[in-house]
Design a protein around this ligand. Structure first.
Ligand SMILES: Cc1cc2nc3c(=O)[nH]c(=O)nc-3n(C[C@H](O)[C@H](O)[C@H](O)COP(=O)(O)OP(=O)(O)OC[C@H]3O[C@@H](n4cnc5c(N)ncnc54)[C@H](O)[C@@H]3O)c2cc1C
Length: 454
């Protein structure tokens, strides 16, 4: 970028959002330039912080006219490098669009600014009798816009689905600065292509999400949480099948293993949940308007488990969850991991688990492989420590195995830049070509997150 056009850009952006909201100094930009894992780092020309939809539209229009690329950013908790610059872009952070409108109880919907965090939405709903069906471990920082853009899944997908199911409408800014506002939240609305749903999961490449109209679910105040120790993944899957059939209040079913529990317990300085060690663990949560403990206990009675720890109060429940939810942080504290977020059919999980461990042990004997994930969705997070950051050989082999098992190379984190060279393992040439045509039609100058997905 030559100095004159760089200065022109900054001046134009400042005119729209004010001097304080265009960050061009390197120390101010730094936190927006590095991703959560530390694996993806790049430099941008500036970070711009619009306050509302109109400012986002003006900012995008300026960037489009000057041919400067825009990287949308929410809470920067994404794990595939799609929300940080690669070099020379402008980061458009939606962090100031935090408004949450008052609750519409009759439609069971709420309109939320793209920059509101998941946790702030959860707090907003507290005591209302309604809740948001999508939840995950990065709730304190992940934004609704980022969750829409990645079609986030999380711990309740087995009951309520992913973000896609929760989106009843969207407001978004296209690459030429025009605003689409489809916020009526109608249950039935089949007038042409469903543009909001096309933007869900598009990772900032088709439009910038400014607001979302979200469907809510009934808040279920009575909970039962239990951690089961089991023999192996096969027993974990059998337990899941049993609970799915017999426990209507089942809301979450997560899996992790002995090595992950070891790491998390020492990272958190917590006692392990059982006196002895076990090969695999299944964390289960049920929620209902009645106390679901009895139905969970009855169903589990017939299951092949080695031990169980039950939470009787909120403190113990948080403790049991922290064994699972602290995996990501505990792994990151060991070094920069290669993270592969993949899914296979639930019934294929035992075979996939055995094969992926074997593959990694053979391809990178020095590496440490920690597996955990959302059992109910066939979703494994394969974390590999001890590989060179830029060496993709093992990643590719793991994804080839996923493709062989007829799974997906991205269950919930997206493709970003981390997996773009692997997309063809999971999508046909014709499908990728159709995606490229959609991208070219909606963003002809290729300014919205270029290099992400493709
Ligand atoms: C500890 C931890 C646990 C996690 N657990 C889960 C989990 O269980 N399930 C899950 O699905 N994910 C999980 N994630 C991943 C991550 O939190 C989600 O992908 C989240 O939805 C990203 O939101 P964000 O606001 O941080 O987005 P960012 O990281 O800022 O951005 C992610 C992508 O979305 C784009 N984007 C962001 N905002 C917008 C916008 N307003 N308009 C258009 N594009 C935008 C970015 O360009 C980028 O491509 C976890 C992450 C961590 C660190």
């Amino acid at each position: 970028v030559d100095q004159a056009s760089g200065e022109k850009l900054i001046t134009e952006l400042r005119r729209v959002v004010g001097d304080n909201h265009v960050l061009s100094e390197s120390e101010l930009r730094a936190r927006y330039e590095r991703d959560w894992t530390g694996r993806f780092v790049g430099q941008c020309q500036a970070v711009v912080r619009p306050a509302n939809t109109d400012e986002v539209a003006q900012v995008v229009s300026i960037l489009n006219n000057l041919g400067v690329a825009a990287v949308a950013q929410g809470g920067n908790t994404g794990l595939v490098g799609g929300g940080v610059p690669r070099g020379g872009e402008v980061v458009v952070t939606l962090e100031r669009l935090t408004e949450i409108a008052s609750l519409d109880k009759r439609s069971r919907q709420v309109t939320v600014g793209a920059g509101a965090t998941l946790q702030s939405l959860q707090s907003h709903l507290q005591g209302s009798g309604l809740a948001f069906g999508v939840d995950h471990g990065a709730r304190s920082a992940a934004t609704i816009g980022g969750m829409v853009a990645t079609n986030a899944g999380g711990i309740h997908a087995l009951r309520y689905g992913t973000m896609r199911f929760a989106v009843a409408g969207l407001e978004a800014v296209f690459s030429d600065g025009t605003v689409m506002s489809r916020m009526s939240g109608l249950v039935k609305d089949n007038a042409g292509y469903d543009l909001p749903q096309m933007i869900v999961g598009s990772e900032g490449t088709l439009a910038l999400v400014t607001k979302a109209r979200l469907r809510l679910v009934k808040d279920l105040p009575e909970r039962a949480t239990a951690l089961f120790a089991v023999d192996d993944t096969q027993s974990a899957v059998e337990l899941l099948m049993l609970l799915r059939d017999e426990v209507p209040s089942l809301e979450a079913a997560e899996v992790f293993y002995k090595d992950g529990l070891e790491l998390v317990s020492s990272y958190l300085g917590m006692h392990k949940p059982f006196a002895g060690d076990h090969p695999a663990y299944v964390l289960v949560e049920c929620a209902a308007s009645y106390d679901p403990t009895e139905e969970l206990a009855q169903a589990a009675d017939g299951a092949n488990t080695r031990d169980v720890a039950v939470a009787v109060d909120a403190v113990r429940r948080n403790e049991l969850w922290s064994y699972r939810e602290s995996h990501t942080e505990a792994i990151n504290a060991q070094g920069i991991p290669h993270k592969l977020d993949v899914s296979v059919a639930v019934s294929a999980m035992p075979e996939f688990e055995a094969q992926v461990r074997e593959l990694i042990a053979e391809a990178a004997p020095q590496a440490l492989c920690i597996l955990f994930g959302h059992l109910g969705d066939g979703n494994y997070h394969v974390n590999i420590l001890g590989l060179e950051p830029d060496d993709e050989t093992v990643d590719r082999r793991v994804c080839e195995l996923v493709a062989y098992c007829e799974g997906s190379i991205s269950a919930e984190h997206g493709i970003g830049i981390a997996k773009r060279d692997l997309l063809s393992l999971t999508r046909t040439e014709q499908e990728i070509e159709a995606m490229r045509k959609i991208k070219a039609a909606l963003d002809p100058n290729n300014i919205l997150n270029p290099g992400v997905i493709f």
